[in-house]
Design a protein around this ligand. Structure first.
Ligand code: WTA
Length: 664
């Protein structure tokens, strides 16, 4: 955790203040400011969610808000038909907003592109026509392996237009990770690009994409490649099944594709996320429920108005970018900002320069970024006029009060409410946070559950814990944005999310409780503080990584016999990966071996999973039943006092690992 606050950047007044109120000025203009909304939603549940559905245009009205006859396979807005691309584009174009800016994009080198809703509508149509031409049919999964370039949201909306679910794979993931996801989703189509810029240099992306394509077992029908780098490109010839994005658009110039009417419960997209096993989980989101929920939360929590310039500085390769760069903001018809590069290029004031340049009204980022800004110091935001900002948000991991306050003061000038939004890939949208026009804020605590969201903190038996006590977060009632299942794996869906607190033989929805696998505590006001994951998932810079995935990558390295990976505290990343490795007989335990292990992880997953430290050990601390005691390894990684070691089969090993860790 961050100890200092970088040259006294928070005065005692702020350090001590535990609660903050939104300004009268903010409340006055807020989309939601009537505290009765909590009671109204509770009394009128599940019909309250019609408010979310009403934010969309439906081709066919739905018959029923919620069908809960077969839990946990809930259905929302059944019988309704709609198209997500229509809701994000056509209706704005038709309603007099065609010249409003939809996407403001800035490349790392400062090149900019501006898409009005009309521009976006045209390109999405042209690309939808291109996809059809390449043989993409309704319900085919199209994989999008792309960085932060406008062609990514364009491809997403084009897929949505023709009813082909997309599966976006984060561009920082490795070739192997791409292949795993394409294989798992039976995806025969890929959209990718030649490369992109990182800290000033072009990066070869197509090389990775090609290697990934080689690993797709069922073969690939077609791939589309965006030319992002131009003359800076790496000169790869396109393969037989590969098509150039610009040529396709030119060929289909001016074409229109009617938006396909999708059933509310039809899949809009798949998003793979890490879980407790080595295999990533394909989270399935639907058209009606997800889009309603993304739009409603964008409206009520992010307070987005169409006149706003809104910036979520996440990557579209994660769920945050799906819900709050693309679908939510575009459904509301606002201007969404996209930035290609890193926050410290060409200098540490880059983001603030952008806020000033585009007069950004709402800014949404992750605690890891805020901790980095805080470490860099207040002189960078100070150089720029940030007075356009009205609201700030954070997501992805717990934020410590000091970082929250730094953000509030140095970015928001003590004028902007901060929403600390807890949610997950699986929840589709925000679940626990204050409503900025209503609730007081308590730094470090996400806030109460949103209206209509039945989140509780319980003990292992499922009983609610008393205020102040730690327990486990659960969600009792379903919500429209929830995942519907894990792709082609209903059984794993039940095992992973429901088994813990549900009576899985019951068909009474009251007996079904969703378990997000987070620890939490609740205070007397009902504010929930998230304590972090309670499963084997590490949260590195707000990115979810499964320890099993990393361990299996390490065990795949020649000379490795066994490995255990844990998350240890990290000043900026929140958590970092610590690897404990047992080598095979005769294998040298040197820096070369460490490098091979690190490379093994980067190849299997990507640089984000790179271990911070690799420690060699002759054994791992194990219980008598042979289970690795991860808790002890975490304590070692954090340099903490060790807890109970008496249940260990090999207690002496702990001291030895500790000695090595200290020597590093
Ligand atoms: C964590 C990201 C504390 C949590 C949208 C959750 C948070 C996991 C917060 C989901 C927050 C997310 N405070 N922890 N405001 N937001 N988390 O699927 O552990 O990438 O389970 O979704 O991030 O990560 P995911």
């Amino acid at each position: 955790m961050v100890e200092g606050d970088g040259d006294g950047e928070l005065e005692a007044r702020l350090v001590e203040q535990a609660e903050f109120e939104p300004s009268a000025e903010f409340v006055e203009q807020a989309n939601v400011s009537d505290p009765n909304i909590y009671d109204e939603f509770e009394e009128n549940w599940p019909e309250c969610w019609e408010q979310a559905a009403a934010m969309l245009d439906w081709d066919t009205p739905y018959d029923e808000v919620l069908d809960d006859s077969n839990p946990p396979f809930y259905k929302w807005f059944t019988g309704g038909k709609l198209n997500a691309s229509y809701n994000c584009l056509d209706r704005h174009v038709e309603n007099g907003d065609k010249n409003r800016v939809a996407i403001k994009w800035e490349g790392e080198h400062g090149t900019t592109r501006t898409y009005t809703y009309q521009d976006l509508y045209r390109e999405v149509n042209e690309f939808a026509a291109s996809l059809r031409d390449l043989g993409v049919e309704e319900d085919d999964v199209v994989t999008l392996y792309m960085p932060m370039i406008p062609e990514l949201p364009i491809a997403m909306l084009a897929c949505a237009r023709i009813g082909a679910p997309h599966s976006v794979v984060f561009a920082g993931f490795s070739a192997e990770a791409l292949a795993t996801r394409m294989n798992s989703a039976d995806s025969r189509f890929l959209v990718t690009c030649d490369g992109y810029y990182r800290r000033g240099d072009p990066l070869d992306h197509l090389d990775k994409a090609n290697e990934g394509l080689d690993g797709v077992d069922h073969g690939v029908d077609a791939a589309v490649v965006v030319d992002r780098l131009g003359d800076d490109g790496f000169g790869h010839e396109l393969r037989g099944t590969q098509h150039d994005w610009d040529s396709l658009l030119a060929e289909h110039g001016g074409e229109r594709v009617d938006p396909v009417q999708r059933d509310a419960e039809d899949m809009l997209f798949l998003m793979y996320t890490s879980g407790t096993t080595g295999q990533p989980k394909g989270v399935k989101h639907t058209t009606g429920g997800y889009l309603s929920y993304a739009a409603w939360t964008s409206h009520s929590v992010l307070d987005i108005k169409k006149e706003d310039t809104y910036w979520c500085a996440a990557d579209i390769g994660w769920i945050t970018g799906h819900s709050y760069i693309v679908y939510g903001p575009l459904a509301l018809g606002t201007t969404t900002v996209m930035y290609e590069g890193t926050p410290d290029y060409p200098n540490r004031a880059r983001l603030w320069k952008l806020v000033e340049k585009y007069s950004v009204d709402i800014f949404y980022t992750a605690p890891t970024a805020i901790r980095a800004f805080m470490k860099w110091g207040g002189q960078f935001p100070e150089k720029h006029d940030l007075s356009s900002l009205r609201l700030l948000g954070t997501v992805g991991e717990p934020i410590n009060p000091r970082a929250w306050k730094w953000y509030y003061k140095h970015i928001g000038d003590e004028e902007c409410p901060v929403v600390d939004t807890w949610w997950q890939t699986e929840t589709g949208g925000m679940m626990i946070t204050t409503l900025p026009g209503i609730g007081k804020m308590k730094p470090g605590s996400a806030g109460p559950p949103l209206p209509g969201v039945d989140a509780k903190v319980v003990d292992t038996s499922g009983k609610e814990v008393d205020a102040g006590r730690a327990g486990y977060l659960t969600v009792g009632k379903p919500w429209p944005g929830m995942l519907r299942t894990l792709y082609k794996n209903d059984e794993r869906f039940i095992q992973e999310y429901w088994r813990e607190y549900s009576d899985i033989d019951s068909d009474d929805p009251e007996d079904w409780v969703y378990f997000p696998e987070d620890g939490a505590k609740i205070d007397a006001d009902g504010y929930i503080t998230i304590l972090g994951r309670v499963d084997d998932v590490i949260n590195v810079s707000g990115h979810r990584l499964g320890t099993m995935e990393i361990e299996s990558a390490i065990v795949g390295v020649e000379g490795v016999a066994e490995a255990a990976v844990v998350g240890g505290d990290h000043e900026v990343k929140g958590e970092a990966v610590y690897a404990y490795v047992i080598t095979e007989e005769g294998q040298a335990e040197d820096d070369k071996m460490r490098e091979r292990i690190i490379k093994g992880v980067e190849d299997a997953i990507g640089p984000i999973a790179r271990p911070e430290q690799v420690l060699f050990t002759p054994e791992l601390p194990k219980t008598r039943s042979g289970k690795i005691m991860r808790r002890l390894l975490e304590e070692i990684a954090n340099g903490e006092e060790l807890g109970d070691t008496t249940t260990l089969r090999n207690p002496e090993i702990v001291e030895e690992i500790q000695r090595q860790a200290e020597a590093e």
